[in-house]
Design a protein around this ligand. Structure first.
Ligand code: RB5
Length: 150
């Protein structure tokens, strides 16, 4: 599986550690984030990784900012993206099982590196359950179709 990762200035160190961790698990990881601690704007990097996921350039994404919220909002503005902000592994697991999330986001100022590792591991290893959850995900994507311009 190929994974895209993005971050703003608040999460350079965490991005590097998570990238190395995912590589140690055997994943190919593409960096769409910033590599400087000078202040940058998280929407730029959220859009980059979201476009990579939406186009199929990568299979899933990880996006990290201070809280995970801003970069997650940016990701969710891209058609086809279901980005979930999670601060613990249970929600990360169910974001895959029930919501078919394709990007996981979290905050470098909110959680520690060990929790972040647990979150990305379970997110990458868990499959979507389909069934009744497929109908609900379809309903989510219908909202996008009804409300977003082409
Ligand atoms: C940057 O200071 C901070 O606002 C950003 O990393 C993120 O937390 C936004 O949601």
């Amino acid at each position: 599986m190929k994974i895209g990762i993005a971050n703003d200035h608040s999460a350079v160190e965490m991005k590097n550690q998570i990238k190395a961790y995912l590589e140690s698990l055997g994943y190919e990881v593409v960096n769409y984030g910033c590599d400087t601690t000078e202040s940058v704007d998280y929407p730029i990097y959220g859009e980059k990784v979201a476009n990579a996921v939406a186009s199929g350039e990568v299979d899933r994404g990880v996006a990290i900012c201070g809280t995970g919220v801003g970069i997650g909002l940016a990701c969710n503005k891209v058609r086809g993206i279901r980005a979930c902000t999670c601060s613990e592994p249970y929600s990360a697991e169910y974001s895959r099982r029930h919501n078919n999330a394709n990007i996981i986001t979290f905050g470098a100022r909110v959680i520690g590196i060990e929790t972040a590792k647990q979150i990305v591991k379970v997110f990458m290893e868990t499959e979507f359950e389909g069934g009744r959850h497929q109908r609900r995900v379809d309903e989510l994507m219908d909202i996008e179709k009804r409300n977003c311009e082409k």
